[in-house]
Design a protein around this ligand. Structure first.
Ligand code: ZN
Length: 164
């Protein structure tokens, strides 16, 4: 656990993400140039598919971006499990803390969850689907004991986009 101020900083970013589909300005439909202006150049990973140059992975810290050949973010993954939100510790950020924010921003649970071990709250807004994914079992397994307060594992945001 980080100190409470740091956790507050992480939660503030998650609230921004829930409301705007962006975290510290980073998100779907942002261009690499726009992000570089604000945060410096993104770290570059490899191509997403072995045989084509684009889309490619980029990132800031543990935040992963899939960027299409228009140099625009089409998917963002924010892993949180035992980790950080950008540089802020966010261990133990639970559903009870985030549910009011997510509900107010229009997130809903799918009527028929696919997995018992995973709880999902998502919304679609302006062609961007953002999902907050919580781990619902203590050991991550389907048959494991259910947690009282599911823990945020990751946030995935995806934009509908076809390169011209
Ligand atoms: Zn494109």
């Amino acid at each position: 656990m980080g100190d409470p101020g740091e956790i507050d900083a992480a939660v503030r970013l998650l609230v921004e993400l829930a409301r705007t589909d962006r975290i510290d300005g980073i998100g779907c439909r942002a261009s690499l140039a726009e992000l570089a202006d604000r945060h410096g150049p993104a770290g570059e990973g490899g191509p997403v598919h072995e045989r084509s140059r684009w889309p490619r992975w980029f990132g800031y810290g543990n935040l992963q971006l899939e960027v299409c050949r228009c140099r625009v973010v089409e998917m963002m993954v924010v892993p949180v499990w035992h980790g950080q939100v950008l540089d802020h510790p966010a261990e133990g950020v639970g559903l009870s803390l985030l549910r009011p924010v997510l509900t107010a921003a229009g997130y809903t649970e799918p009527p028929t969850p696919k997995l018992r071990s995973q709880l999902l709250l998502d919304r679609e807004s302006g062609g961007i689907r953002t999902s907050f994914v919580f781990g619902a079992t203590a050991d991550g397994f389907e048959n494991g004991p259910l947690l009282d307060d599911p823990e945020l594992v990751k946030v995935v945001s995806h934009a509908w986009h076809t390169c011209p």
